[in-house]
Design a protein around this ligand. Structure first.
Ligand SMILES: C[S@@+](CC[C@H](N)C(=O)[O-])C[C@H]1O[C@@H](n2cnc3c(N)ncnc32)[C@H](O)[C@@H]1O
Length: 243
């Protein structure tokens, strides 16, 4: 299927993982244009204004961070959670880049590395941090973000992680069993269990957008998606909490 929302193939170089955005081995990035399409398709289904966006399998927080930087005016805040404490730590660092002070500190760090190691790539990334800061400021300023540890199969843990926040849109890229796998005691429940648990903590008008590898959405007899579409090697399924 062609893109219906992210119709312009933009230059996403400033958002490359490991440039301005922090990366670490074992924490895969996500295609930026697909992230934009997922967010916009979920928001179109939900309707309404700026959304609080939650990734409950956030990994390093890449997906959330790029969506907030690309669509600042449509994002009222971001929530990241993951079973893996190391992922939550990396996500926290990336969500820290959604503020003017976070991006200024990152630019200074990259400039310092450019001087110390005489590497032009660091200097280029420092300039990119400056451009991202300008864009953020022009589009509405700092984005509030929180990163917490929670098992996506456990509604009580999810409620604790949200601490009263009420996400409008869930965007997530689930484990594929390659670089990342399902973790925790509920791991066998897979996607269907995840959507059921999310449905217990979300408002009825929220939308859950999930990316999976391949053509089939393995719902395992669980909730049925409201819509699906395929882009590249991934399929995106859109669920309502009451699916
Ligand atoms: C494909 S990665 C997500 C990448 C992420 N969206 C990003 O942009 O960086 C899948 C994530 O699911 C997490 N995960 C696995 N089992 C989980 C569980 N039971 N609860 C919450 N997260 C889980 C893994 O730790 C991993 O970080």
């Amino acid at each position: 299927m062609p893109y219906r929302h992210a119709v312009v193939r933009a230059n996403y170089e400033d958002l490359a993982s490991g440039g301005v955005l922090h990366s670490a081995p074992g924490f895969p990035a996500f295609p930026v244009r697909l992230a934009s399409e997922m967010f916009q398709s979920a928001l179109a289904l939900r309707g309404g204004g700026p959304a609080l966006v939650w990734d409950p399998c956030c990994g390093g927080g890449y997906l959330l961070t790029v969506v907030a930087l690309l669509h600042r005016r449509l994002v009222s805040g971001v929530v990241a959670s993951d079973f893996n404490a190391e992922a939550v730590h990396l996500a926290e660092r990336n969500l820290g880049l959604l503020t003017a002070t976070g991006l200024a500190a990152r630019a200074a760090e990259l400039d310092e590395r450019a001087a110390r190691y005489d590497k032009p790539a660091y200097a280029a990334a420092a300039l990119a941090a400056g451009r991202l800061a300008q864009g953020l400021s022009a589009e509405g300023g700092d984005v509030r973000g929180v990163a917490r540890r929670a098992d996506v199969f456990d509604p009580d843990a999810l409620r604790d992680a949200l601490g009263g926040l009420r996400p409008d849109v869930v965007l997530t890229d689930v484990p594929y069993g390659e670089q990342t796998s399902w973790l925790g005691p509920g791991a066998e429940g897979g996607l269907g269990s995840m959507v059921r648990a999310l449905g217990q903590v979300l408002d009825e008008d929220a939308v859950i957008a999930v990316a999976v590898r391949g053509r089939k959405v393995p719902t395992d007899g669980g909730p049925r998606p409201h819509a699906t579409y395929k882009i590249g090697t991934r399929t995106v399924a859109l669920f309502r909490p009451t699916s």
